[in-house]
Design a protein around this ligand. Structure first.
Ligand SMILES: Nc1ncnc2c1ncn2[C@@H]1O[C@H](COP(=O)(O)OP(=O)(O)OP(=O)(O)O)[C@@H](O)[C@H]1O
Length: 300
């Protein structure tokens, strides 16, 4: 068993943040923790990594209690960049971890290369951009090749190219046997990494394999919208007219060529086609919707 979270409760004052949170990671996987701002994701991750105490409940990692100090060699937690010291260099931060865990200098060099931070490793953190800090934090977290890698918003502040690099790195680490538990607001990136999602709603976990909700939608620009709509609905396809030239066609298991040939045989001209995948974003809207005002951002 990689991680067991059993009946975890946590309140701050009168506010109950986590209510009987229970879930397991049984095999090496990538799991995303998703919820609105202030829903308790960071609190849960720091409780799992024993940086905060739960009011009640039990947590074990790799079949040891999460308070077991020997776990620091097998588990890493990437927190936000407030853990970095402005007057130290990136190398100093990596060196500190290497010293504590008896890792070699060559591991620092290799990891820095892998993440692509070598060129600024000797600069002070005060001169790092947000994205550079995120890369360094990630390098620090994977330096010890952990069995369980826990990441709080690893995609925060990354440009699209860097986000793709980080996504590919997480997929590679997973192939190498690392389990990844990450919180993120970037649902389209999450869809590309995993379909296993823990939604945190009003303090409780809703665990879902969202691949069951994944649907592909094609926006088709056609010469005759109402005729195309008629032909497809007659064959029980899910279709919506979105403008006087465009329809949306939702497919789950049917190959695209079947409805397309149906349209062409009935004389419809398809001028343009765009593919859209619906996954966790759809599900997020269903679970949290706009009416869930419990965790609305409060203007300061
Ligand atoms: N040390 C603390 N003392 C009091 N309240 C706290 C403390 N830490 C967090 N909270 C409150 O607990 C709630 C959950 O915070 P948390 O940071 O875990 O949420 P989050 O889901 O990670 O949010 P975000 O997505 O905005 O990062 C918030 O209402 C926050 O104000």
């Amino acid at each position: 068993m990689i991680l067991t979270v059993d009946n975890v409760n946590k309140s701050f004052g009168k506010e109950k943040i986590l209510k009987e949170v229970t879930f397991k990671i049984e095999r090496p996987s990538i799991i995303a923790l998703v919820g609105p701002n202030g829903s308790g994701k960071s609190t849960l991750l720091s409780i799992i990594t024993n940086l905060q105490r739960a009011d009640s409940g039990e947590i074990s990692i790799l079949d040891k209690e999460n308070t077991d100090v020997s776990l620091f060699r097998e588990v890493s937690f990437m927190q936000d960049n407030t853990v970095l010291y402005d007057y130290l260099t990136g190398y100093d931060h990596m060196q500190f971890i290497a010293d504590v865990q008896s890792l070699s200098k060559s591991q620092i060099v290799e990891t820095a290369e892998r993440i692509g931070i070598t060129r600024y490793l000797n600069k002070r953190i005060g001169k790092y951009s947000l994205g550079m800090k995120q890369h360094l934090l990630l390098a620090m977290a994977i330096l010890n090749k952990p069995k369980l890698l826990i990441l709080d918003e690893p995609l925060n502040g990354l440009d699209p190219t860097s986000a793709i690099k980080v996504r590919n790195l997480l997929l590679e680490l997973h192939k190498e046997g690392t389990s990844v538990l990450l919180s993120s607001h970037n649902l389209s990136e999450i869809d590309r990494i995993t379909s296993e999602i823990l939604f945190l709603k009003k303090g409780a976990i809703i665990k879902e394999d969202i691949s069951q909700y994944e649907r592909i939608c094609y926006h088709l620009t056609v010469n005759d919208v109402s005729d195309a709509h008629k032909q497809l609905t007659k064959e029980l396809y899910e279709v919506e007219i979105i403008s006087n030239q465009k329809i949306s066609l939702f497919l789950k298991d049917t190959p695209l060529h079947i409805p397309l040939s149906l349209l062409m045989q009935s004389g419809t001209k398809i001028v343009e086609m765009e593919k859209i995948i619906f996954g966790s974003e759809d599900r997020y809207q269903n679970i949290f919707g706009e009416k869930d005002a419990d965790h609305e951002d409060i203007p300061i």
